[in-house]
Design a protein around this ligand. Structure first.
Ligand SMILES: Nc1ncnc2c1ncn2[C@@H]1O[C@H](COP(=O)(O)OP(=O)(O)OP(=O)(O)O)[C@@H](O)[C@H]1O
Length: 414
């Protein structure tokens, strides 16, 4: 399976970077472990109390999540920003509330702490009574990195039931993160986003329901059909881009998928594509034996943006990079470098700037230009999904015009 949980033995080229960044991050590690002496030591060395990790999580976020009252007080006294927000717009108070650390909440509130995502953390996931789901007649659809997926009937309607392995769900923090992600997912409504329905209550396993998409994943389609014709590929690309644009424009903070792959794009009966499983890659970031792991690595290697592989800070454009590789596969009929191990592919992309080939026969010029922009090594040069949608709409129109003109080969128009 090519799913990346942070590699235990990262590539040699990654190693020196980790060593470099791990030193100041001891403050974060000690804060999450409740090691007050360690925190005092780090602060005495001059480590900045507002130091944040790749997800912009500070020592105060971590101590608040764990309810380490003394460390929270210490950090505040040393100048930690009580309202620093992480990548998902969460403050230390949001975290303390999520884990019901009442005393910590009071301290943070006294210091002026606010909780901008309060509604998220107080609005639990929609719950479905497990007796309403007919598990006796469930059909196994498939299995992914997180668990099995079944086709079941809920109130007489066919839906997909996704189970989460007990090895993952048994960790209370991971479970909490997971339920928070689902609570966010349940608020989303978009034709190109798989609809979340609810989490099962009183079930012996952690399980949630989504709409059932009977045509399976884009991965299955490409395996079955191979290369797609240009009109279909562009229509599919537009579906994905529209779903992703909705996630990236989400307020108050953007939702980054971080694991956009052909397996996470499903097709409904009418042929429309929908994006699924966003945010779930977060639960792959389990804590290491020391209690805190400094890593940027989540998602599947084959579609991973170079900055994620190199464990640098990253933003929404990591999804644009993955999107480009998916579009490439639609024209190509699958990954171009199937024979190579996914991690090796990611390594070469990250350190040798290698990208899949763009043969002139298969790829219209306009698509080539778009792909080069989307997988640009500099994340700042990659277009937003809004810009991608505009470009794809123009390409789609040109394709339609070409069809109407009929006699000329469509390649001439690009
Ligand atoms: N809502 C759904 N409707 C229909 N089929 C689904 C649905 N969700 C998942 N599947 C199918 O179930 C299988 C397993 O899906 P799952 O999302 O668990 O893993 P994956 O996406 O294949 O891999 P990974 O977990 O590594 O991302 C896939 O073949 C997928 O097509």
């Amino acid at each position: 399976m090519e799913k990346l949980t942070p590699p235990s033995t990262p590539s040699k080229r990654v190693q020196p970077q980790i060593t470099d960044i791990e030193v100041p991050y001891r403050l974060l590690h000690c804060s999450s472990k409740g090691d007050k002496a360690g925190v005092i030591q780090e602060l005495a060395k001059g480590v900045e109390p507002n130091l944040a990790d790749y997800d912009k999580r500070t020592a105060l976020h971590l101590a608040s999540s764990e309810g380490c009252v003394e460390i929270v007080l210490l950090l505040l006294e040393k100048g930690a920003n009580v309202n620093s927000t992480d990548r998902w717009g969460r403050t230390p108070l949001s975290d303390a509330r999520s884990f019901h650390h009442e005393e910590t909440c009071k301290i943070l509130e006294n210091w002026g702490g606010m909780d901008p995502v309060g509604l998220d953390s107080q609005n639990p996931c929609c719950e479905i009574d497990h007796t309403e789901v007919d598990m006796d007649n469930a059909t196994l659809i498939g299995e992914g990195a997180y668990g099995e997926v079944y086709l079941v009937k809920w109130r007489g309607t066919e839906v997909a039931a996704k189970t989460i392995r007990s090895s993952i769900a048994s960790n209370p923090n991971v479970k909490k993160t997971f339920l928070d992600e689902l609570a966010l997912w349940q608020k989303l409504r978009h034709p190109n986003i798989v609809q979340f329905l609810g989490v099962l209550k009183h079930s012996d396993r952690l399980m949630f329901l989504t709409e059932y998409l009977r045509n399976g994943s884009l991965y299955d389609t490409l395996k079955r059909k191979g290369r797609l014709d240009s009109a279909t590929a562009v229509a599919y690309a537009l579906d994905i881009a529209r779903g992703m644009n909705y996630l990236h424009q989400h307020k108050p903070h953007a939702i980054i998928h971080r694991d956009l792959t052909p397996r996470n794009v499903l097709q409904d009966q009418s042929g429309r594509l929908k994006v699924t499983d966003f945010g779930l890659s977060k639960i792959a970031q389990e804590k290491d034996a020391l209690g805190y792991k400094m890593t940027g690595g989540t998602g599947s290697y084959r579609y991973m943006a170079p900055e994620v592989y190199r464990r640098e800070s990253y933003g929404k454009s990591v999804d644009v990079f993955s999107f480009a590789l998916i579009v490439h596969e639609m024209f190509h009929g699958g990954p171009s470098n199937r024979a190579q191990a996914p991690e090796q592919v990611a390594d070469k992309r990250a350190y040798e700037d290698l990208r899949p080939p763009l043969s002139s026969f298969v790829y219209p010029e306009s698509i080539k230009t778009l792909l080069r922009e989307c997988w640009h090594k500099n994340p700042n040069y990659r277009p937003t999904f809004e810009e991608i949608i505009s470009q794809l709409e123009i390409i789609q129109e040109s394709l339609q015009n070409t069809k109407e003109v009929g006699c000329c080969g469509w390649l001439q128009l690009f």
